[in-house]
Each structure stands twice: as structure tokens, then as C-alpha cells.
Design a protein around this ligand. Structure first.
Ligand code: PLP
Length: 419
């Protein structure tokens, strides 16, 4: 039988039935329908705690874009997490999830004036500034509101995180952050801006990073810049090293732990007085969640077998856009033989698949499958493509569970009233 513990210690088979914590996944599917996202709260708590154990005295800002459900954010917040946001919407979701504004950091290359105003009014900890123009706009908007904007400059350390090119963000050619030399220049310029308070440095080099050496490289560069800036008389407080720690998607993957990350970055920070900020998203919620889907049809073609399920690329787009692997297991393990098949959704796109040429336990119409590692960039990247209401989300803790987002209805998508 599958070794699920390595993905998430709260997943197990009891008498051939998949459980998440103390709750039967099959029962949740019967009760709430499919496709269905199910998350383990205990797993999220453990992950935030693991970050705080590896980095005592730091601020762990959960990256809301990985999963913006306020009840998920709330669980992370209960363990002391702040929030890393990339839009005005995410700020409101974070606040709704109980995160105090003074624990919120705000990155993103395209902040609008409206979003900046909102963040200033709510009093977030800092903006991670990604361009010179943004710096001036921040100063202007802050001046209008008679506020000071605390900022860090997002530095692009030009390191290769060895991940999918779409989620590598710290290379020179990427749109994110500014080069180290440009960062020095921005610090000098920002000194004269009356409504800007310089408080730190930020970087975020990418996502799904399975080796910690790129972090070591990036933080080394950040620390050098930090020391130079201190010599120039700047008083810095926060070093924000971003998120991006990878998770186990394949049975053979070995995921780095927050402790491994600490070992890679701490040597570069010796002697520096600072508050470290981390922004993990995927590594907090990724393996907390599964996507439960029901087999609609098994279709045989000349050379291929297709398992057609009721979850599509609109529910989980990672396989389609990153060619990502998600492990898939049966909800009821009937101990049958194996088949090799593509697991595909109902969407009218050839790119709509969850697995290709996958070895799976034999299934038939009506059976349930669980797509693992679906807690991050699953629901948060979902859409209505093909006119499909988005799935419900259920949060499990111990033996209890509750719906944290209702399944959408056609009426909701059509938005029939009020416009
Ligand atoms: C996406 C993002 C994160 C989180 O990345 P993960 O890979 O989910 O840990 C952190 N910081 C910033 C600025 C981001 O854009």
C-alpha cells in the first residue's frame, strides 16, 4: 500500500479507506460532493511551528497566494504566522483570517494606487518595493494620506533556483525586484523621500526549490549588501528572505525542511542584528490538502486508456501549466491490480490532465480518487473555465471537519442579480 505518511503524516488508510486526520475522505465526498478540496489543519500548524523552531525570533509570513481561504490563513495565524500578500484582495483575506496588519508584508511588481492606499490605511508592516517608479508612487500616496510607508527593497540576487522556469523569480531576466546595484541606488534616493521609511531588504528567488544551496547563495549576497548599507549609515531592521521551499510531489522526492533552510542561510547572518522574515506558502499548505474527484468514465482507445474524472484543469491547473506531477491514490483501496492510464478532466482542452501514463490501481465509474499535494496553488489558481462552478473546501482537524467554502452554483458564476 502507498506510503502516504511521507506526504502528510495525517493521511492514512484504515481498513482500506483513506482518512485525513480522523475523518474518512469517502464520507466527506458523499456528504459534500466532488470535486472537493480537503485540508488538514494539524499539518498546517505543524509546518508553521517547524519554521518557528528552525528560526526562533523570526516572523513567518504565510504566502497567502498559495491558498487564500481565510480559514486556512487563520490556522497559520493561530500558530503565530503573519501574511505575505501580493494584492489588495489578499490583504483583506489575511485580515479576515485574523492576521494583525503589523504582521503583513506586501510584494508584487504591479501595485495600484488603490491597493497602496488600502495597505497604508490598514497599517501593514512593510511594502517590498520592486521598482524605482513604485518607490516614488508610494511616497506620493503616503504623503496624500499623511502616512509613512515602511519599505524594503526587493533585490534580485541573480541566482538559479533550479526549478520550473515559470516559477524562477530571482534571475536577472525576471520581472521581479531590482539588481543589487540598482538597490544601492534606490536606497540613496529613498533617503530623501519624506514619506518613506527604509526598514530592510527582501528577496524571493522562486518556488518549489528542492535544494537549499540557492538560498545560501542569495542570502550571502543580501548580507553583503546589508553590511555595505550599514556602513553607509542606513538603519535596517528586517531581512526578508522570501519563500519557495519545495515539497514532495513525487514518491521519490525528498523535501527540504525549515531546519535545512536554516543551516543554509544562518552562517551568512552572523553578527547581524536583524529580524528575519520568511514567506513560505507551498511548504505550509501544499501537502496539507488533497483534491477528491470521482471517476466519470473509463475510456479505452487503441493504444491508451483514459480515466475521465470530474476534476479538471479549472480546479487544479498545475499539471497543465507546469507539467507538474501530482500523486494520485484511490480513496477505497480494494486491493485490485494496476492499470496504466491518463487521468483527465472534462474540460475541452488536450492540456486538461491530472496525470499522464500513470500506474494506478484499477478503477471504474463511480470510484473516488485523491490527488495529493493539492493544498497550494490548487483552489487559489482555479477558474470557471468551461462554465464550471469551483469546488467546495473542507477543513479537517482531529475527528471534526467543516466547510470553509461552499461549492459554487451556476447562479453565482452568472452573477444574475445586481448588475
Ligand atoms: C509566491 C511567493 C511566495 C511563496 O512562495 P512558495 O513557493 O509558495 O513558498 C513568497 N514570497 C513572494 C514574494 C511570492 O511571490
Amino acid at each position: 500500500m502507498e506510503n502516504l505518511k511521507e506526504f502528510n503524516p495525517y493521511l492514512s488508510y484504515k481498513g482500506g479507506t483513506l482518512y485525513i486526520e480522523g475523518v474518512s475522505v469517502g464520507e466527506l465526498a458523499e456528504r459534500f460532493g466532488t470535486p472537493l478540496y480537503v485540508y488538514s489543519a494539524s499539518y498546517i500548524r505543524d509546518r508553521v511551528r517547524a519554521y518557528y523552531e528552525a528560526f526562533p525570533g523570526s516572523l513567518v509570513c504565510y504566502a497567502v497566494k498559495a491558498n487564500f481561504n481565510p480559514e486556512i490563513i487563520r490556522v497559520a495565524g493561530e500558530e503565530g504566522a503573519g501574511a505575505d500578500i501580493v494584492s489588495g484582495g489578499e490583504l483583506l483575506f489575511a485580515l479576515k483570517g485574523g492576521i494583525p496588519p503589523e504582521k503583513v508584508v506586501y510584494a508584487g511588481v504591479g501595485k495600484t494606487e488603490k491597493e497602496i492606499e488600502l495597505a497604508l490605511e490598514r497599517g501593514i508592516l512593510m511594502f517590498n518595493v520592486e521598482s524605482e517608479e513604485e518607490l516614488y508612487i508610494l511616497d506620493t500616496v503616503a504623503s496624500k494620506l499623511k502616512k509613512k510607508a515602511r519599505i524594503s527593497i526587493r533585490v534580485n540576487p541573480d541566482v538559479d533556483p533550479k526549478t520550473h522556469p515559470y516559477i524562477a523569480t530571482g534571475l536577472k531576466k525576471s520581472k521581479f525586484g531590482v539588481d543589487i546595484e540598482k538597490a544601492r541606488e534606490l536606497f540613496r534616493r529613498a533617503k530623501d523621500l519624506k514619506n518613506i521609511e527604509l526598514v530592510g531588504l527582501h528577496c524571493h528567488i522562486g518556488s518549489q526549490i528542492l535544494e537549499v544551496s540557492p538560498y545560501s547563495e542569495a542570502v550571502k549576497k543580501l548580507a553583503e549588501l546589508w553590511r555595505d548599507l550599514l556602513r553607509e549609515g542606513f538603519e535596517l531592521r528586517y531581512m526578508d528572505v522570501g519563500g519557495g521551499l519545495g515539497i514532495k510531489y513525487r514518491p521519490e522526492d525528498k523535501e527540504p525542511t525549515p531546519k535545512d533552510l536554516a543551516k543554509a542561510v544562518k552562517p551568512h547572518l552572523e553578527g547581524l542584528e536583524l529580524t528575519l522574515i520568511l514567506e513560505p506558502g507551498r511548504s505550509v499548505v501544499g501537502n496539507a490538502g488533497i483534491l477528491v474527484t470521482r471517476v466519470l468514465f473509463v475510456k479505452e482507445k487503441e493504444r491508451k486508456r483514459f480515466i475521465i474524472v470530474d476534476a479538471g484543469m479549472n480546479d487544479l491547473i498545475r499539471p497543465s501549466i507546469y507539467d507538474a506531477y501530482h500523486h494520485i491514490v484511490p480513496v477505497e483501496d480494494k486491493g485490485e491490480g494496476y492499470t496504466i492510464a491518463d487521468v483527465v478532466g472534462p474540460i475541452c482542452e488536450t492540456g486538461d490532465f491530472l496525470a499522464k501514463d500513470r500506474r494506478l490501481k484499477e478503477v471504474r465509474r463511480g470510484d473516488l480518487l485523491a490527488v495529493l499535494s493539492a493544498g497550494a496553488y490548487g483552489f487559489s489558481m482555479s477558474s470557471h473555465y468551461n462554465g464550471r462552478p469551483r469546488p467546495a473546501e473542507v477543513l479537517v482537524e482531529g475527528d471534526s471537519y467543516r466547510v470553509i467554502r461552499r461549492r459554487e452554483t451556476y447562479e453565482y458564476i452568472l452573477y444574475e442579480k445586481d448588475y
